[in-house]
Unconditional design. Structure first.
Lengths: 354, 354
């Protein structure tokens, strides 16, 4: 039995929706403005990490990420009738916090490369990289403060600050849960879902909620966007986990199984552990208890995953969350264009190949 | 020539001013309330770091730090006519941020003990310790948010949030400068003073400024307290640097020279490098370029420091900053009791033995 290939046939060719292109120039410029300081060398490190300069501080062709979080934030602001401009400080803060968490993740996992470039600690050593991550985190706070200068009243600015603080703490708690799952073989699907709802979901949820709060003074609408974001968080992470096992094959033709080699407690393995029985269950337990997973082990795990159709189930689960995401916004008044855009973005998250 | 012993004769017996005792119970209780969460294991790590529980989470006789920053904050609030209660969230936030920075410092320096107890990373590993530090940092932000619930108007609460954010970024920049000084022998006194004004001074300055902003709506008064705090930051750090070289001898009778062995770019060595000439200068340069400083080296450095009277000059410099600190508050109206208290606190910082 092969995994359901047609279910995600769009995956390999899914291109970034236009929505991302619309906001990109504004976000990119605002981020550069915020990291333009030259008084302390650590800003060179941050500009390097953002992909704007090389290790010597010389400009290089910029690498642009998707910018999912800032895009969601600006979209929500516009969708509820606000000017995207007004939410720009929040959008930049979200992207910086996301990158801060990656800088510290690289240290925790001792990863020496990300997106084909050396990580901060691999270039400048752990102490400076740790400090640079902390700096980016606090620059995010400073940027968020500009909401007031942009015209948002104090009370709503404080709500925005509170939302980001709350989401950020939840993200950190999720990172802790993820670390505490390492080496355990008894992680159930509920544990896993709770972990990703914090680690990944909190900031995505906050992106839409922040945009809605800044764009309109209506708590019910903000809650709807928040619920939408919570569901999108699952869509994003489950798709990420699918790509973590089968993604390389789709985009580069490389052998599959990256996350299996790393023994990551991601959706596929948690699902396989729960669903497999008898011999398969014993095999999984044996492999996840060994120090080093070898290639025959990876092949065994992939076979077991096929037998319980992990990939099909994962996609169905993500698709169900995608429905919840769009349903959450059903009662919110928005233009047909805006509704089409969030539908397109949701579909993209479900089938994206990178 | 011996170092001027009488200059700081009070040092060994300087006891904590009553001011610290007055606020301690309130601060201690508020800190415990904020870290009472039990949903995620990382709060056990934080309670351990604060000295309230052991590695297994069992209560232990609490270790109480001085609580300098929260004490300064509550003092300033009361001195300008506010209720100390109102500034309690800011006081707790300051102490948490201070401890957050220590948790990450321990990781950066690979220090396995602090105050005679194992550091977080030494017990739980680096990844979890890094995350726990980040969590404490964000709990601080959440606590600060309670200023609004406590009755502070939104605008002033935002000013408070902005002050803490600014101070925090400066502290991080100072940590970066400190790291970038490592291994260099060309650090002048100006570089050193700029570094400590950020690394140590920013948060101490912010402690007094926050208290003043919360206690009274008067920018001129807030600026005076800010200036006082900036000067106190120098007093605190220069005294810390004196203790880093000669402190053990005073309190425990152990051999002096701890910071010399660690080749720390602190006040005594920066001063000695600038002032020593000829043979002494060459000796210092040779020693600070060797991989490992041995005991005869430590003795040589101490002798050179005596010849240029480093200790006397350091104390005089700190004493001058202490004068500036008190002078900054000259124009601020406050009760004779309050003025006596800040004078006592300043004197304590100048001669403290721990």
């Amino acid at each position: 039995m092969t995994p359901s290939p047609n279910l995600e046939a769009e995956g390999a060719t899914a291109s970034l929706p236009d929505l991302f292109q619309r906001y990109r120039p504004g976000i990119a410029q605002a981020m550069r403005d915020e990291l333009a300081q030259d008084n302390v060398g650590l800003y060179d490190m941050l500009r390097y990490y953002m992909g704007w300069v090389d290790e010597q501080g010389r400009p290089r062709p910029a690498m642009e990420g998707k910018g999912l979080r800032p895009t969601l934030c600006l979209f929500a602001c516009e969708a509820v009738g606000g000017a995207a401009e007004l939410a720009l400080p929040a959008a930049v803060a979200l992207e910086f916090i996301h990158n801060f968490s990656l800088i510290h993740d690289d240290i925790q996992d001792l990863d020496e490369t990300r997106h084909g470039r050396k990580t901060l600690w691999a270039v400048w050593g752990m102490p400076k990289a740790l400090v640079a991550g902390n700096a980016l985190r606090i620059v995010a706070d400073q940027v968020l403060h500009k909401l007031v200068a942009g015209g948002l009243e104090h009370k709503r600015a404080l709500v925005a600050v509170g939302l980001l603080t709350e989401a950020y703490l939840e993200m950190i708690e999720g990172q802790y849960l993820d670390l505490s799952f390492e080496g355990r073989h008894d992680i159930g699907m509920d544990d896993y879902l709770e972990m990703i709802s914090r680690k990944t979901g909190a900031l995505i949820r906050c992106s839409l909620a922040l945009g809605a709060v800044i764009g309109a003074d209506d708590p019910i609408t903000a809650t709807a966007f928040r619920d939408c974001g919570a569901a999108l968080g699952y869509v994003f992470q489950i798709r990420d986990d699918i790509l973590g096992v089968w993604g390389d094959e789709e985009t580069t033709g490389k052998p599959v199984g990256a996350d299996i080699r790393r023994k990551k407690n991601s959706y596929p393995v948690v699902f396989a552990m729960e669903r497999s029985k008898g011999q398969d269950s014993e095999t999984l337990n044996r492999i996840y208890q060994t120090e080093q997973v070898d290639e025959p082990d990876v092949a065994s795990v992939l076979e077991i995953m096929e037998r319980v159709d992990v990939r099909g189930h994962a996609h169905e689960s993500a698709a169900a969350y995608a429905d919840v995401a769009l349903e959450s916004l059903r009662s919110v008044e928005m233009s047909p264009q805006a509704r089409g855009e969030i539908e397109g973005l949701t579909r993209f998250l479900l089938v994206r190949a990178r």
